[in-house]
Design a protein around this ligand. Structure first.
Ligand code: 1PR
Length: 549
């Protein structure tokens, strides 16, 4: 029989990926369904995402706080992940009214967002002290030259020696100029601020070491100083636009300026570039830091719960251990039989099937327009708000589909305008970026600046910034648009549309402050691999995560 580990799912968390990762390293999962069951557990994992106060309150109100403390104090194996790490400390600035377990001293504090995006989203280190590298030892499988996937706004800042004096081994990471606790261990306890279940082979190794009780292992090789460089890496994302083709099969497709039909005499079939699950796996193995699926079929004739995208996510999340985002159709829905399904319920179906983030397009534009119309009041009822309240801001991406609108002078529009070096067809030197909905088919009297500031206020955690003018052109990203959006908000931005070769990725990272860059067509057509992009970035001294077997 498979050895088991106990999992405590006390909030509506996305634990599917964690279960998949645990099974991948050879363990089965038993669920703890009541406080009394905690004492059955030998090994216990406490996940947690989203808001500290929300998590801790649910946890405490359900009566878990004391039994879990007892489990830890009795010396039984315990692993906390993300908010599961934060819970071990005394408190968090995120919600001062709820205490943590107080097993490790200190408080979680928000990252400074003056010089960087918050939340931190992406791959960073978890480096134990130099002495450990010198002795060639690894704590719970952590390696100084590996990168791990983090997503958080609050962190326990690191002061050398302070926690070590109390017997804790600390693995640190650096975000901007802030050094914080990436992972921490002592005796039976291991806690990671990062998500091991989303950190590729490096993360699975940590999970396995915990489950097998291998606290100290030999490092395979002593890493060089350069391979153990600290800091957040440049994130490279592969995006799969998925839709049903004319014979009813789900295929990965790719448009030119959002037109996905072949321009041939035969009548323009939907361009078919491959199978979604296989292609996601291929990009994972090439080193993609994230995979995004966009369900671009707007029509449907089945209940939401039967949508084939759910099956695609289920299958992908069994073999792909990096974050998965799903977009398309995240809004209030009505099933063919008249049953209403809220946006939150739709998102929940996706999270339960293995998605880590949902991406909202059209619905976000409508919600943002309404937000201004009612004088910037938050209602708490939009898809962005309900999903981020339940799953955390980091789980909500807003996908923006802008189109450039040229104007001859600033006085011809009230919209936020930029001076552009891409001169318009009639010599125009100014343009604004118009939001569209329904896959670019409908333009709104609403600009991207209005949209991104509104959705940040509503609780979005990240912006996926497309550009219809650039999509499928292989001519590079729209740097002006990206810079303009970055200047307006604090949440991370994923640059998208126009990537045609590795140099375009280097360019967008060097000339804008984008947090991530996404490519589609150039990968699907086999012109370049993700690995080649990363190799190129590395040559340019841009920090990337290398793929580990
Ligand atoms: O409005 O919430 O249902 O979401 C619909 C989602 O589907 C949105 O995220 C929207 O961007 C996307 N979408 C709708 N129609 C299309 C289409 O192409 N006809 N695709 C579409 C968007 C853009 C990117 C693309 C990059 C990079 N595709 O995802 O991958 O532009 O391409 P490139 O590197 O080849 O240039 P809702």
């Amino acid at each position: 029989m498979m050895p088991t580990v106990y999992l405590l799912d006390y909030v509506a968390g996305n634990v599917r990926s964690l279960v998949n990762a645990i099974e991948k390293v050879g363990y089965g999962v038993e669920w703890i369904k009541s406080p009394a069951e905690v004492s059955n557990a030998d090994k216990l994992i406490l996940p947690g995402v989203g808001h500290f106060g929300h998590c801790l309150r649910q946890f405490t109100d359900a009566g878990y706080a004391e039994p879990v403390r007892q489990h830890i104090l009795a010396g039984k194996p315990f692993m906390g992940i993300c908010v599961g790490l934060q819970a071990l400390f005394e408190r968090s600035e995120e919600d001062a009214s709820v205490p943590g377990f107080g097993i490790i001293p200190g408080e979680l504090k928000r990252f400074n967002d003056e010089d960087k995006s918050v939340p931190q989203i992406g791959w960073n280190s978890a480096n134990t002290s130099p002495e450990e590298h010198v002795t060639g030892k690894s704590i719970f499988g952590l390696r100084p030259d590996s990168k791990y996937y983090y997503v958080h706004s609050y962190a326990r800042h690191y002061r050398k020696g302070e926690l070590e004096e109390l017997g804790w081994t600390v693995a640190t990471a650096r975000y901007g100029d802030e050094e914080f606790v990436g992972a921490i261990a002592k005796d039976n306890v291991l806690a990671t601020q990062f998500h091991p279940e989303k950190s590729g082979a490096a993360g699975l190794r940590v999970l396995k070491a915990f489950l097998e009780g291998k606290r100290i292992q030999d490092l395979p090789t002593t890493p060089s100083a350069s391979s153990a460089k600290e800091g957040l890496t440049r994130r490279v994302i592969a995006c799969l636009d998925v839709r049903t083709n004319d014979s009813g099969d789900l295929v990965v497709t790719k448009g030119d300026q959002y037109d996905v039909r072949e321009k041939d005499a035969a009548g323009g079939a939907v361009r078919n570039l491959g199978k979604p699950v296989d292609m996601a796996k291929k990009y994972y193995e090439q080193g993609a830091d994230e995979i995004t699926f966009l369900n671009i079929t707007s029509f449907r004739n089945s209940p939401v719960a039967d949508t084939p995208m759910l099956e695609i996510l289920r299958r992908t999340s069994e073999t792909v251990f990096v974050p998965l985002t799903i977009g398309g159709g995240i809004r209030n829905m009505v099933d063919p039989d008249g049953t209403k399904v809220s946006a939150l319920e739709v998102a929940t179906l996706y999270f339960k099937s293995g998605a880590d983030k949902v991406s909202i397009g059209s619905d976000a534009v409508i919600a943002a327009e309404e937000y201004y119309a009612r004088g910037k009041k938050l209602l708490g009822t939009t898809a962005i708000e309900t999903i981020s309240a339940a799953y955390g801001n980091q789980a909500v991406v807003v996908s923006v589909d802008p189109k450039r609108v040229y104007v001859s002078s600033l006085s011809t529009t009230t919209h936020h305008t930029i001076k552009t070096s891409n001169i318009g067809p009639h010599g125009e030197e100014y343009c604004w970026y118009q939001c569209t909905i329904k896959g670019g088919r409908e333009g709104r009297d609403f600009d991207v600046r209005q949209l991104v500031t509104a959705v940040e206020a509503l609780g979005a955690g990240e912006i996926l910034l497309n550009c219809i003018d650039k999509d499928g052109t292989n001519s590079g990203f729209d740097l002006e648009l990206i810079n303009d959006v970055k200047a307006a908000i604090k949440i991370p931005v994923i640059a998208s549309s126009g990537a045609g070769n590795p140099a375009h990725f280097a360019e967008v990272f060097e000339k804008t402050r984008t947090d991530a860059a996404l490519g589609a067509g150039m990968f699907h057509r086999g012109e370049y691999t993700v690995k080649q992009v990363k190799g190129y970035l590395q040559e340019r001294d841009l920090l990337v995560r290398r793929f580990e077997e």
